[in-house]
Design a protein around this ligand. Structure first.
Ligand SMILES: Nc1ncnc2c1ncn2[C@@H]1O[C@H](COP(=O)(O)OP(=O)(O)OP(=O)(O)O)[C@@H](O)[C@H]1O
Ligand SMILES: [Mg+2]
Length: 444
């Protein structure tokens, strides 16, 4: 059998769950899989429901799933497992070999499809293939699981003399180009008020854009600061970090990705910088790239709030859901992550738009949508970048589209995080304020 020759330099064992309602099928396949040294069938189940339970408990690498089963069919089970156990990759098997079944299986989250009667060589290859293709997901989950819980910040009232609140707001999206840098630069600027100190850090080590957005090209970037991170003196930091015309402090990212080699090698560096300097600021806003690697995971652990930015598209929702599942697995409390929807188009009556409403996003993702930012003419954004000002500060008229909503976003975060807990209790209006600001965002 072809599988015998399979290369296994690192002796990887692929753990497998078999879900099929016919006991004979299960036994046969199990036996045949047993011939392959890199496979280990760790369980079998006779219904979709049993399959889901087993998957939740044992997180097999691969699940071979029949479609037609009593109790809960394979497609339903696939959908649940895809959402709740992202570690496991599912291969559907079915006697129905038509495009419709294939499409339904893939929509449910299956990674591949096998037709019955099963050709075992094909099954071996498919399992190894899917296992490999799913590796990046397993890697991300592992990265998050390695020491996941953020150190809680002490309450503001307990701060030492001269120490500031140091709220870390990380702006992230697994998808590129959704507006992370636009939001991060404007949010940092919008949070600045009298006697409020804000630092903006560009932690997108691959495509650092903050310097370009704000027209800053300081001699000391994150690369230089990282060089002697262990001896980082917070006062010195304050002097070498760039200052934007608006007064905003900015730690820019690597001018070119290859300069960040040492940062990649030591993934705790950026989070160490953040930990060391956050007490100097009321807010530290962090712009990020799309890569959910160990550097980013370390940063996320230190975050007070994660602003997950998305656009109203189906892929965006799916990717956000995936990331939120990882955060859940990491033990991040749900309220740590909030959603910001960018590039929202106004709904046109009667038009069949492919976009998703904020309400749908909120119920699908089970997280608060705290900002709804409209799609505007991109030339306006470009003009702000050309002048090196955050978009929020590009026009005096705070009622202009996008500017208004960015102010709303900054204000709601400011109120939520800076409000004295005692005040909040007394007035008990945070919930109302939240509701109001949510509805107000799209209003012009
Ligand atoms: N609300 C908006 N309306 C119209 N265009 C927008 C809006 N927000 C952002 N853009 C545009 O989308 C593009 C991507 O924005 P931005 O660079 O902020 O995204 P990003 O998520 O940081 O991207 P990357 O993944 O490359 O870092 C830019 O050209 C920006 O001007
Ligand atoms: Mg960016």
């Amino acid at each position: 059998m072809g599988g015998k020759k399979s290369p296994q330099p690192d002796k990887t064992i692929i753990t497998i769950l078999l879900v099929d309602d016919i006991p004979e099928n299960r036994e046969n396949i199990k036996k045949l899989l047993g011939f392959e040294q890199d496979f280990k069938v760790i369980g079998t189940a006779g219904t979709g429901r049993e399959g889901v339970e087993f998957a939740k408990q044992h997180k097999p690498d691969i699940i071979i799933m029949d479609i037609n089963m009593p109790d809960m069919d394979g497609l339903q089970a696939t959908e649940i497992i895809t959402n709740q156990v992202p570690w496991s990759a599912i291969i559907i098997m079915s006697v129905q070999n038509d495009a419709d079944y294939y499409r339904r299986a893939m929509n449910a989250g299956a990674k591949d499809f096998l037709t019955k009667p099963i050709n075992m060589d094909e099954m071996y290859n498919t399992i190894r293939n899917v296992y490999k293709r799913h590796e990046h997901v397993r890697r991300q989950i592992k990265a998050i699981e390695e020491g996941a819980i953020a150190l809680p910040r002490s309450p503001i009232s307990d701060l030492a003399e001269g120490e500031r609140a140091g709220h870390v707001i990380v702006v992230y999206s697994p998808v590129g180009g959704v507006g992370k840098t636009t939001v991060a630069t404007s949010l940092a600027s919008g949070l600045m008020k009298e006697d409020v100190k804000v630092l903006l850090i560009d932690a997108d080590l691959q495509f650092a854009d903050v310097g370009t957005f704000l027209n800053l090209n300081p001699p000391s970037t994150i690369v230089e600061v990282a060089e002697d991170v262990n001896d980082l003196d917070t006062e010195l930091f304050e002097n070498i970090v760039a200052t934007h015309d608006s007064g905003l402090k900015v730690l820019t990212g690597p001018v070119r990705p290859e300069l960040a080699d040492t940062l990649w090698e030591r993934p705790e560096t950026v989070s160490t910088i953040i930990e060391k300097v956050r007490g100097n600021y009321d807010f530290v806003v962090v712009d990020t790239g799309t890569r959910l690697d160990q550097t980013l995971v370390n940063i996320l652990q230190h975050a007070t709030r994660i602003l997950l930015v998305g656009t109203p598209a189906l892929v965006s929702a799916k990717n956000m859901r995936f990331v939120l599942d990882l955060f859940d697995q990491a033990g991040f409390p749900p309220e740590k992550t909030v959603i910001v929807l960018n590039k929202m188009m106004e709904e046109r009556k009667g038009a069949k738009t492919p976009t998703i409403s904020p309400e749908k996003f909120q119920s699908y993702l089970k997280r608060n949508v705290i900002g709804i930012l409209p799609l505007i003419d991109e030339r306006l954004l470009l003009a702000a970048v050309n002048r090196g000002v955050p978009f929020i500060g590009s026009d005096r008229d705070a009622n202009k589209p996008l500017i208004k909503q960015l102010h709303g976003l900054a204000d709601s975060l400011f109120n939520e995080l800076m409000k004295d807990p005692e005040d909040a209790k007394e007035t008990n209006t945070t919930e109302d304020a939240k509701k109001k600001s949510k509805i107000g965002f799209l209003g012009r």
